[in-house]
Ligand binder design. Sequence first.
Ligand SMILES: [Zn+2]
Length: 90
Amino acid sequence: MRDQKNRDQKHKDQKFKRTFRQQVCAFCVENVRHIDYKDLATLRRFVSERAKIRPRRSSGVCARHQRILAQAIKQARNMALLPFVVEHYR
Ligand SMILES: [Zn+2]
C-alpha cells in the first residue's frame, strides 16, 4: 500500500521535472542580435516537419529571440526559401 503511494509520488515528480526543464536560448548563448533569413541551416532547426514555427516551449528560445526568429522565418517563406506548408499525401 505504502509502496504504491511512493511510486505514484515519484512518477509525479519525474513528470514535473520533464515539463519544466530549463532550457538556454541558443541565440542568447552566441549573443545574436539579428537572425538572417538566408541562414536556412539555423531556421530549419526551429521549424517543424510540417514547416510550422516551433513554439518557444519546445525550442527553448527566449521571447526576444523567438520574435526575431519568427520574423526571419516569415521573410524566408516570402522569398520561397522555406515552405509555408508541407503537403501530405494520404
Ligand atoms: Zn535569446
